[in-house]
Design a protein around this ligand. Structure first.
Ligand code: CDP
Length: 215
């Protein structure tokens, strides 16, 4: 039987990452945060003082990304995130990374991938597709709380501005823009906590698993 694939897409700070980790743990599946692969390309270019808009060069760096060596800690800075959404518009970068992501999705017994284009481009055959979203205001508030909880200081107006700009870039690009796949289940978590969102996702996954097992 083919590995069971769960595709989770959504905008910045929608909670898709937390959801993806939780699902992977609950079902014993491997998990890949595909945002980290774009971040790895951006970080490597920044570290060497190279331009972020040279597609051939960025494509070469994308080919060198090692999925087993992605370090969330060093990749999670704001600067790297901004740079990631710039390199992510380039087809050469996407082509190289998508190939690695598809290979990862073949890991038995199943894989959870989260990103922007998993249900539409990377794994259009995924057995379950979720599109996790929340209003820009709520997402900004969550990100602000997260920074404060980690002991930092946050300017919530600037964070909201940032989220809007990132949404525009992710939804407005020509190659693989962020959008729900036609067969994705929409999960608006504006009014849901993590547990409620997880339970909603679990219901869709259990249904698909039962169907696959002939139930
Ligand atoms: O967590 P956050 O939403 O800040 O960002 P991320 O998921 O780490 O992704 C960083 C950037 O990579 C996004 O703004 C997207 O432009 C890009 N990305 C993408 O184009 N396709 C994906 N499958 C995942 C991320």
């Amino acid at each position: 039987m083919n590995p069971f694939v769960i595709a989770i897409d959504g905008p910045a700070a929608s909670g898709k990452g937390t959801m993806a980790r939780r699902i992977a743990q609950a079902y014993g599946f491997v998990h890949l945060d595909t945002g980290l692969t774009y971040r790895a390309v951006a970080k490597a270019l920044l570290a060497e003082g190279l331009p972020l808009d040279d597609e051939a060069l960025a494509g070469e760096y994308a080919e060198k990304v090692d999925l087993a060596a992605l370090d969330r800690e060093t990749l999670s800075t704001h600067t790297v995130g901004e740079a990631a959404s710039k390199v992510a518009v380039m087809p050469a970068v996407r082509r190289a990374l998508v190939e690695k992501q598809r290979e990862f999705a073949q890991t038995p017994p199943g894989a959870v991938l989260d990103g922007r284009d998993i249900g539409t481009v990377v794994c259009p055959e995924a057995q379950v597709k979720l599109y996790v979203t929340a209003s820009a205001e709520i997402r900004a508030a969550r990100r602000t709380d997260e920074i404060v909880a980690n002991g930092g200081t946050a300017d919530s107006a600037a964070i909201l501005e940032d989220i809007r700009r990132r949404d525009e870039r992710d939804m407005g690009r020509t190659d693989s823009p962020l959008m729900p796949a036609i067969d994705a289940h929409l999960l608006d978590t504006s009014e849901m906590d993590i547990e409620a969102a997880f339970q909603a996702a679990k219901a869709y996954i259990d249904e698909a698993l039962a169907k696959r097992n002939g139930g």
